[in-house]
Design a protein around this ligand. Sequence first.
Ligand SMILES: [Zn+2]
Length: 417
Amino acid sequence: MASYFLYNIANLVVAQSDNNKPLRGKRQGEIEVIPDAYILIKGGLIEAFGRKETLVTPSREYTPMDMQQSLVMPAFVDPHTHLVFAGSREKEFAMRLHGDSYLEILSKGYGIHQTVQQTESASFDELLHLAQNRLIDLERYGTVGIEIKSGYGLKPAVELKQLRVIRELKKRTNHPIATTFLAAHALPMEFKNKREDYIQQVLEETIPEVAREGLADFIDVFCEKNVFSIDECERILLKGASLGLRPKLHSDEFFSIGGIPLATRVEAVSVDHMITATDEDLQLLQGSDTVAVVLPGTSFNIPHARLDYARKIIEADIPLAIGTDFNPGTCMCYSQQIMMELSILLYGLTIKEAINAVTVNSSFAAGLQESTGMMKEGYRADFVSMNIRDVDEIPYIWGINKIQRIFLSGDKVEFEA
Ligand SMILES: [Zn+2]
């Protein structure tokens, strides 16, 4: 494994946790930025970094690399994706743009059920191939750490197929990947009038098998009016937790039905969406380490999304992370750069709050904080250089891919800008 001496870095973004905790409140907006910096990489790890003048000339074993006055920061961590699926749903997306709601589309049998059917029909190899190609694209946009959910199988065998695809993906790449069993995403059509039978199948059959094979780190539910109730979600999350799967929730995307009180009861690692969270909900999360994951690419399509909800989360002293929610229904954008830019331009996050949200805090939301998402000595060398010099250029030059080079565990991946 090569050792590198990176020099001529215009600015180095030293995003770090707060004593091994996610960043919240005022701390969310604080990052040290070192001008005119260097980095030493050895054995795939960050050996040292700092200002140029503090460096003692490195030995010949380090290959020098001119970073050409670029901005260097930790590679992005995407804490919320549905990366493994077959098919696409552009017609339904257009329907929604022209006024049909997600829940109306769902009740007509469109929506998620198309993906469920196409994911069931696809072979293991087809799903793996699709997911691998998507992962390569994500990497081009600067994402290294990633959380991936199942949830398009619904039937035990198909959920297991999705989870085994993620396991294979993990074996074949050097990306830190967190796996989530999305145990309650939608009620399968064939269980339309037998809700409780489906819940029992999840509780008694699917969760135990996922745990037995060690296929997932997390268990997740779609806690929403007309999808899964608080009681159903609570039983599922507790069953998963009893078998070692840590809880996560999709909650408060459309309605506030008590998902956040549930998140506090089950000590969720993250609660994702949070658009309709009330002030009381936010108070409940204060002081806990549960990370609020905001998904600007999804809420962009929801007419009721208040533009101030992300700001309120930070002001309530709750750690905020940003993810893509990459999925075939509501967000086919997998660029954490664009999510970061939208959170600044639309939601009023400061530039540094947004950087911490796509690196440090998203690594906590994905349970990957031990391996990626920060600039720390002894840490995996996962970072990006961008075709800009200063963090202020992040929302200024937006919507394009600014990634110049990626270091994945100390290995250099170079792109043509
Ligand atoms: Zn999602």
